[in-house]
Design a protein around this ligand. Structure first.
Ligand SMILES: Nc1ncnc2c1ncn2[C@@H]1O[C@H](COP(=O)(O)OP(=O)(O)OP(=O)(O)O)[C@@H](O)[C@H]1O
Length: 567
């Protein structure tokens, strides 16, 4: 744990620890000085010297307390800031494919509660833990100076206390993972329940969503109960052995006093010391559970940090606007999706990807954009392997128009400007006009300045895609990856979209996941995918002549469309 902490807390940790140890030693010495002070006071000897020394040590202890507290808070705040930065930098370098919805849910929990848990280690818990070791050791050393027999009695109890701590630790450790898993599962279900409200309500399955959430919460309660059941005997054992240690010293002290070999004032002082010997141990047992919780958060943060980031290439200059896949194989978590996929898209041509649902069309566009790296084979853009580019160089080559368009919190104009933040107002309007977003702007209450996105006005599916096309037009990249809308659009939206697409695809290389027959027929090349393999490849006429899968797909679609038009 210290190694993990060092990585998080950095250079401040050794100095913080040094002050904590000093504070612990000074506390021990303060308590120890009570023995001569009490002895002097109770036996009527002059106590001025001892009282002055006692006051000096108390002042030094207060100073050490202040310094170590300041260190604790500063180290905690630094740790929090540092963790946010390191997490942010690392997450920004992770492959986009890593961001599944459950991981995003857990990441947000980690960034909120997890980081606060870790921050509490230096701010609050480290002091208690260091005190639990240093104060009893100092007190014990001082006891040896005053009366070695009582010190030996206290020392004899140490192995029993240590064993009780070990036992409690091992009991609760077994439950820690179950507790962590149950808490993570409950978080996932809460996030899912909130996110999927529309789907759950649309299908009348709100009860189902409740049930999954309830199950997760019941499991979490069960894990907590089981943890308490196993932890309580351990905690009781620690409290018992600590009290036992005090009782042993008490009995030993009283018998020495009764035997006449220990004066009463010294006995009182030494008993006060014995109380101080045991007290920090009880406090440490209390914070142990919180410490384990923080340790769980720390290792989960370290797990995210250990996720391999996409290595950036050394940098390359694209030679043209071509795309080339050769022998590409790819699996999602061991589940093979693409198998020896190979085709070339020549610059300024259009290739249509067609194939049944799940055949791997979207995955191909994701590999070109390097959301993931191919398992084997190569994906080349502009004549270089995508792994040779720096991320920003690759992205400068690509405009991506996906089906699910995310609108950020901000105005309609901001959402288009995202394509190229440095664009002039005129360029933004021009791209918007071409994508027919100006029609949307006239309809909205505040025009271009209407706030859209999650908390603002929401746009229809077709309108969102037009915003996305405007972004892509503004970005003006030489290669476009486009997923055509599958949802049926009203005729007006469809015409607007087709016009926007025509504007987008002028003089550019286009790889499109085609759903409209018109797009497919206009393509220079059609790649027919089937279960992750290229089943057929050629022009519309060539493939129709082959009378294979494409011909069947075309006939079926044409018939379906004919029915729709007739209806
Ligand atoms: N993030 C993911 N994790 C695991 N499996 C995935 C993931 N994305 C897609 N898959 C699986 O990979 C296969 C190919 O998916 P892909 O989205 O590439 O197909 P597609 O041809 O684009 O389908 P559609 O036309 O329905 O969008 C499918 O079996 C899908 O379930």
């Amino acid at each position: 744990m210290i190694r993990q902490l060092r990585a998080v807390l950095g250079s401040r940790l050794p100095r913080h620890l040094a002050w904590l140890v000093l504070y612990g030693v000074l506390q021990g010495v303060t308590f120890a000085m009570l023995v001569p002070v009490l002895r002097a006071l109770l036996s009527g000897e002059p106590a001025g010297g001892w009282l002055a020394a006692f006051a000096a040590v108390v002042a030094a202890t207060a100073l050490a307390y202040y310094v170590q507290s300041m260190y604790g808070y500063r180290t905690g705040l630094d740790a929090m800031r540092g963790l946010y930065h390191r997490l942010g930098d690392h997450v920004a370098a992770l492959p986009i494919g890593w961001f599944s919805s459950d991981r995003v849910g857990r990441l947000s929990q980690l960034a909120g509660k997890g980081v606060m848990d870790v921050m509490r280690i230096p701010a609050h818990m480290l002091q208690v833990v260091v005190n639990a070791a240093v104060v009893p050791l100092t007190v014990l050393a001082c006891m040896f100076v005053f009366d070695w027999r009582l010190a030996l009695a206290a020392l004899a109890t140490a192995p029993v206390i240590w064993l009780a701590f070990r036992w409690t630790g091992s009991l609760t450790q077994r439950n820690d993972k179950a507790m962590d898993d149950a808490a993570a599962e409950a978080t996932d279900r809460v996030v899912e329940f909130a996110r999927q409200q529309a789907v759950l309500r649309a299908f009348g399955r709100v009860g189902e969503g409740h049930r999954l959430l309830d199950d997760a919460l019941i499991e979490q309660r069960r894990a907590l109960r089981s943890m308490l059941r196993t932890a309580l005997p351990g905690l009781g054992a620690v409290a018992l052995t600590v009290q036992l240690a005090f009782t042993v010293v008490l009995i030993a002290g009283c018998s020495l006093a009764l035997g006449g070999t220990l004066a009463a004032p010294e006995l009182i002082g030494l008993l006060v010391l014995a109380v101080r010997f045991t007290e920090p141990l009880l406090t440490a047992a209390d914070v142990a559970a919180n410490l384990r919780l923080a340790r769980g958060s720390l290792s989960r943060i370290n797990q995210v940090m250990a996720e391999p980031a996409l290595p950036s290439g050394a940098g390359a200059t694209p030679l043209d606007a071509s795309i080339e896949l050769s022998g590409v194989c790819f699996s999602y978590d061991g589940h093979p999706v693409l198998d020896q996929v190979g085709f070339t898209v020549a610059p300024r041509t259009m290739t249509a990807l067609v194939g049944p649902s799940g055949s791997g069309k979207t995955t191909i566009t994701r590999l070109i954009a390097r959301f993931w790296d191919a398992g084997s084979g190569s994906v080349r853009v502009g004549g270089h392997d995508v792994r040779d580019y720096r991320p920003e160089e690759l992205m400068a080559q690509l405009s991506i128009v996906f089906q699910d368009v995310y609108l950020f919190e901000g105005t309609l104009e901001d959402n288009i400007r995202l394509g190229r933040p440095a664009a002039t107002d005129e360029e933004v309007r021009q791209a918007a006009r071409l994508a027919r977003v100006d029609e949307i702007a006239t309809r909205l209450p505040d025009g271009w300045q209407t706030r859209v996105g999650e908390a603002g006005a929401t746009l229809s599916g077709g309108e969102r895609q037009r915003v996305s096309i405007a972004r892509a037009l503004l970005k003006d990249a030489p290669i476009i990856l486009l997923d055509e809308a599958t949802a049926a659009l009203d005729p007006e939206n469809e015409t607007a979209l087709v016009q926007a697409l025509t504007a987008l695809t002028k003089d550019r290389t286009l790889l499109v996941i085609a759903h409209r027959l018109q797009t497919v027929a206009e393509a220079d090349q059609i790649v027919v995918l089937d279960r992750g393999r290229v089943a057929e490849l050629g022009t519309h006429e060539q493939l129709l002549a082959e009378d294979g899968r494409y011909a069947a797909f075309w006939t079926e679609r044409a018939r379906a469309q004919g029915w729709r038009l007739a209806g």
